[in-house]
Design a binder for this molecule. Structure first.
Ligand code: DAH
Length: 339
């Protein structure tokens, strides 16, 4: 019997368990009512009296040792389970990274929002365009140098198919298909064969604006764009109209606002002038109205074309246009989207 006790003691000491089942097996084998140790205690009753004391002592040692081991195995198991268990359920969740909208999209959306409140609809037109909608209907004379103002990408050898150089093509489509009163803005992408630099790109974005109705005057254009600038950039912004030329407007003006990047002290974005041009504008030329079958004696209108990149650069103080199309995540993730 002594030998069996020694053998079991060795087994107890060497026992290892990493699972709940293994710990339970240990309990069943050694300590449970039908386990080896209670069985030995039964046998102890039959041991001759002179040996009882000695055998009883080592049997007690075995029992203590098994109980201590069981305690160790159980607590090891518990701490292991704790590590794997679910963390504090009352903690707030870690937000999922869902990405964010592109700064140009955010700016376009803000522009739309401002004009929608003034009653402008949003209209859309094609990026692949024909000569009529991009040039001729907009009063660009044939072979006139004005066409060269806009370095055009032609799609094929056919000069009638081109990538639109401005969103003004949508004005023509709108005025041809719908009758005044018209009040719409037309955001979209445009293309020009220009060398890529911090200030210019071969593709960029514009928002065209058009308001045609009876008695629309230059004052409406000015007030609309003043309102826009203040909504977009804040009350302290300064805005100026500079006389200019566009074939499709008469009179024409370019619109500048104070440079928000350098606050007027001079930087590469404002070409050290303190002013940044954000749009071209003017009163719709009577020829353009006529080309769309609108009677210029009855209706007048104003139009403008705004560069979204320019607005975004001033809005977010970005000094290089190329950042918008490089898709560097370190740049893009700085523009938080509120959904
Ligand atoms: N289409 C012109 C450009 O891309 C911008 C422009 C100027 C649009 C005057 C207009 C306008 O509607 O009236 O440079």
């Amino acid at each position: 019997m002594e030998e069996r006790i020694q053998q079991l003691l060795k087994e107890v000491q060497e026992y290892t368990a990493t699972s709940r089942d293994a710990v339970e097996n240990f309990r069943l084998k050694f300590i449970s009512k039908k386990g080896a140790i209670p069985e030995l205690f039964d046998e102890l009753k039959r041991v001759p009296a002179e040996e009882k004391k000695k055998v009883g002592k080592i049997l007690n040692e075995l029992k203590q040792s098994a109980e201590a081991k069981f305690a160790v195995l159980t607590s090891a198991l518990e701490s292991q389970v704790k590590d794997l268990s679910i963390p504090d359920l009352t903690l707030p969740t870690i937000p999922n990274k869902i990405g964010n909208l592109h700064p140009l999209t955010l700016t376009r959306n803000r522009i739309i929002e401002i004009f929608e409140r003034l009653g402008f609809n949003v209209a859309d037109g094609p990026e692949i365009e024909d000569d009529w909608h991009n040039f001729t209907a907009l009063n660009f004379p044939e072979n006139h140098p004005a066409r060269e103002m806009q370095d055009t990408f032609f799609i094929s050898k056919n000069p009638d198919v081109l990538l639109r150089t401005h969103t003004s093509n949508v004005q023509i489509r709108l005025m041809t298909h719908e009758k005044p009163p018209l009040r719409a803005i037309m955001p979209g992408r445009v293309y020009r064969n220009e060398a890529i630099s911090a200030r210019a790109h071969c593709f960029f974005h514009q928002v065209e604006g058009l308001y045609v109705d009876r008695n629309v005057g230059f004052v409406d254009l000015k007030q609309t764009l003043y309102h826009f600038a203040k909504e977009m950039f804040g009350k302290d912004i300064q805005i100026r109209f500079r006389p200019s030329f566009f074939p499709f407007t008469e009179p024409s003006a370019e619109i500048d606002i104070t440079c928000l990047i350098c606050k007027g002290t001079g930087c590469n974005v404002c070409k050290y002038s303190g002013w940044v041009e954000i749009a071209g504008s003017g009163m719709v030329h009577p020829n353009v109205l006529r080309n769309c079958n609108i009677d210029p004696e009855e209706f007048t209108g104003f139009a403008f074309g705004m560069g979204i990149e320019r607005v975004a650069m001033l809005r977010y103080q970005i000094n290089d246009l190329r950042l918008f199309s490089e898709n560097d995540v370190r740049f893009l993730k700085q523009f938080h989207t509120v959904i």
